[in-house]
Design a protein around this ligand. Structure first.
Ligand SMILES: Cc1ncc(COP(=O)(O)O)c(C=O)c1O
Length: 485
């Protein structure tokens, strides 16, 4: 006899759909205004203690009205955004997003598919976006790829493939039975995610040889080759070389052609970290310099950086699809596919990466590229490169400012100088300038250290920036520098 006790029939859907529709419309309208008017707002604001306290609430036991939740969002969350939607945000390397990208994420959330397996349209959209990425990088049609949360995951995924392909049995045995210790190479300017990836794949930071750089921050080829030779003679197993298509500090592009030749000579997997720089391949100015990307075994790049997509979405492409699949494929019973029905469809994306559950991040990319067309993206990237050159000229023209690295791609590193100040005093002064620029809401550059000097670092992956934004940055920097003397 079935126990007919009272069953819970409630769902998490709204009781009043019309009320939910109204609040949804309000949110959409507000966010359109927010983006439309963002240029007139401060780039960044310090977060008041009241908001920090508010955001330490106890776990809510019972729900509250959607309108009230939205009011709290508007009071405590929206005003203290990071700011990378603003035209004068140039910190780290952060993209701007677009309204169509917002809609893409909204629609993807409403559909809410898990884009890993099955006969469902999102699988085909995802595949198509990866194919477009291959076309952007001029990778062969036979190559494979996967969309990931960002550059760190894209680089790590490539290095897992590199390890499993280049070091026999490493997938099965890990690093347990290796007679020769594996080593890999990159420059000292390479992003820290490569070191993390080296740790993840069992090579360890000690197995990652960080090669010195030239004055322009590109990898020193003589030193690289000498290190490879030394490693071979000492009985190590060199298996992978990571080239930079745009270093995070200064935008330096390694001599990728020479790196490719070294990879052929010493039988190394050639991976390129092109987190933002690879996309400059779309421009006339950089297409030749970045052409060797087409010859790499793998390349990682972010669509949320220089394709201005809302966070998060990055991509890795792998030339050898079989090597890619062999690195990750698993076929447990609960993921078996059928010749028809829901469990048919494209090869599961789980066979090409670590993640099983995946959101529909491809939709915002698909919609955005269709909205703008790839030529428009190339033009925006070109615009940011021009802006970096313009800013460089402004720095060079002013004798209170000094360029601290050659400008490459979209990154300008400079500082305020004064001959009466010591190096340490100048470091502190420039740090104060950066903080004051940020706190005043005028602009958000970030910083780095180059040759022991504190640098104001401007990385332009921002389609909203216009020329006058850079004039303002320079004027305010000089004004602040003089006032702090
Ligand atoms: C050159 C480079 N590689 C890798 C990364 C990491 O990318 P993500 O932050 O998307 O994980 C970055 C981030 O700025 C980068 O500039």
């Amino acid at each position: 006899m079935i126990n007919r006790k009272k069953m819970i029939e409630e769902t998490l859907d709204p009781k009043d759909w019309e009320e939910m529709r109204a609040i949804g419309h309000l949110m959409m309208d507000d966010m359109i205004d927010y983006l439309k008017d963002i240029k007139d707002k401060p780039v960044w604001k310090p977060i008041p203690e009241e908001t920090k306290t508010f955001l330490k609430e106890e776990l809510p036991e019972y729900g509250m009205n959607a309108k009230e939740i939205y009011a709290q969002f508007k009071t405590h969350i929206l005003p203290y955004n990071k700011g990378n939607i603003h035209p004068r945000f140039w910190a780290w390397v952060q993209g701007t997003g677009t309204p169509m990208g917002v809609f893409g994420d909204f629609l993807a959330s409403a559909m809410n598919p898990n884009v890993t397996i099955g006969e469902q349209s999102p699988m085909y959209v995802d595949q198509e976006v990866v194919n477009w990425c291959k076309q952007m990088m001029h990778f062969p049609e036979s190559a494979s790829g996967i969309l990931l949360s960002g550059g760190s995951m894209a680089n790590t995924t490539a290095l897992i493939v590199a390890r499993n392909h280049m070091i026999a049995f490493s997938r099965k045995e890990g690093m347990q039975g290796l007679a020769l210790k594996p080593v890999m190479y990159c420059s000292s300017e390479t992003h820290s995610c490569i070191a993390k990836a080296a740790e993840v794949i069992g090579v360890g930071t000690e197995g990652l040889r960080k090669i010195s750089v030239n004055a322009d921050y590109t990898i020193n080829l003589e030193s690289l080759e000498q290190t490879i030779r030394d490693d071979i003679s000492k009985g190590y197993n060199p298996f992978c070389l990571v080239g930079n298509a745009g270093t995070v500090n200064t935008g330096a592009i390694d001599d990728l052609k020479a790196l490719k030749l070294l990879c052929e000579k010493y039988d190394l997997w050639f991976h390129i970290d092109g987190a933002f720089g690879a996309l400059a391949k779309l421009t006339d100015q950089y297409k030749e310099k970045l052409k060797p990307i087409e010859e790499a075994d793998s390349v990682a790049f972010d669509l949320h950086k220089w394709m201005y997509m809302p966070y998060e979405v990055g991509c890795v492409l792998i030339r050898n699809k079989e090597a890619h699949r062999n690195a990750f494929s698993f076929a447990p019973n609960y993921l078996m596919t059928h010749e028809g029905g829901l469990a048919s469809g494209p090869d599961s994306f789980n066979n090409f990466g670590i993640e099983l559950s995946r959101g529909f991040k491809a939709l915002k990319v698909w919609m955005s590229i269709k909205e703008q067309g790839i030529k428009k993206y190339a033009e925006q990237i070109e615009k940011n490169i021009q802006q970096a050159e313009y800013l460089t000229d402004l720095v060079n023209e002013n004798n209170t400012l000094e360029l601290l690295a050659p400008t490459s791609l979209n990154i300008v590193c400079f500082r305020f100088v004064n001959s009466d100040k010591t190096k340490e005093e100048l470091n502190q002064l420039n740090k104060d300038i950066v903080m004051k620029l940020q706190v005043s809401g005028i602009a958000s550059p970030s910083s780095t250290i180059l040759g022991g000097n504190y640098a104001i670092r401007v990385a332009i992956t921002n389609h909203r920036s216009i020329t006058s934004d850079f004039d303002l940055l320079i004027n305010e920097t000089i004004k602040l520098g003089n006032s702090l003397l």
